[in-house]
Design a protein around this ligand. Structure first.
Ligand SMILES: [Zn+2]
Ligand SMILES: [Zn+2]
Length: 204
């Protein structure tokens, strides 16, 4: 079995005999991708391998060109990620204009690659914005991304570990802290409702 990291492609002529005794150096890699259901175009793009050689491998193995089933969203996603050291996944598919966010077009919709990664890991749709928690920008590794809900929960869990008090729902005067909770410049919390009440009382 020959494997090579050589990027040069021998570009076997299209009329080369099917069995020459000498295999295409990327045959095994191509075979693996073809079996995963990738199109000839995608195999060519990834391996920089001659299209005729890809077609011949497919013919020899009698694997039909078009996938028998349309690809699922997750399968399309899988075809567009490349593993990097550290368990990061680089997106090789489309990017959004402007923010360069990895995106995937699927059946008329647009999905962020990170949201799909989150669903692959958790089995549920994300709540809020999904982004990587690792140090690689736009990493789409399922283990590295979290949604907003998870980030908030983790922050609370960290507060628990550090024995920091939970953020209260109401102050002593029952003002809703979602609405009236504020922070001083030193980070200390105070209730804006109570502050206003004190002002009113001072003014009477
Ligand atoms: Zn990562
Ligand atoms: Zn208050």
């Amino acid at each position: 079995m020959t494997t090579t990291v050589d990027q040069a492609d021998p570009d076997t002529p299209a009329d080369a005999p099917v069995l020459t005794g000498r295999q295409h150096p990327k045959r095994d890699q191509a075979l693996e991708l073809i079996r995963q259901g990738l199109t000839d175009h995608e195999v060519h793009r990834r391996l920089r391998m001659d299209r005729g050689a890809i077609r011949r491998i497919r013919r020899q193995l009698a694997i039909p060109t078009a996938p028998l089933q349309p690809l699922t969203l997750e399968q399309k996603w899988q075809q567009r990620v490349r593993e990097l050291p550290g368990g990061h996944l680089e997106w090789t598919g489309s990017l959004s204009h402007g923010s360069q966010t990895p995106i995937l077009h699927y059946r008329g919709g647009v999905f962020t690659a990170a949201a799909i990664a989150f669903r692959i890991r958790t089995g549920r749709d994300p709540v809020g914005y999904v982004k990587p928690e690792c140090d690689m920008a736009h990493c789409v590794a399922p283990r590295h991304v979290d949604d907003q809900q998870t980030r908030l929960r983790d922050r609370q869990a960290l507060r628990d570990i550090l024995h920091m008090p939970a953020v209260p729902d109401r102050c002593v005067a029952s003002h809703d802290q979602q609405e009236f909770g504020r922070r001083q410049s030193d980070g200390a919390r105070y209730c804006h409702g109570c502050k206003m009440d004190r002002k009113h009382q001072a003014g009477q």
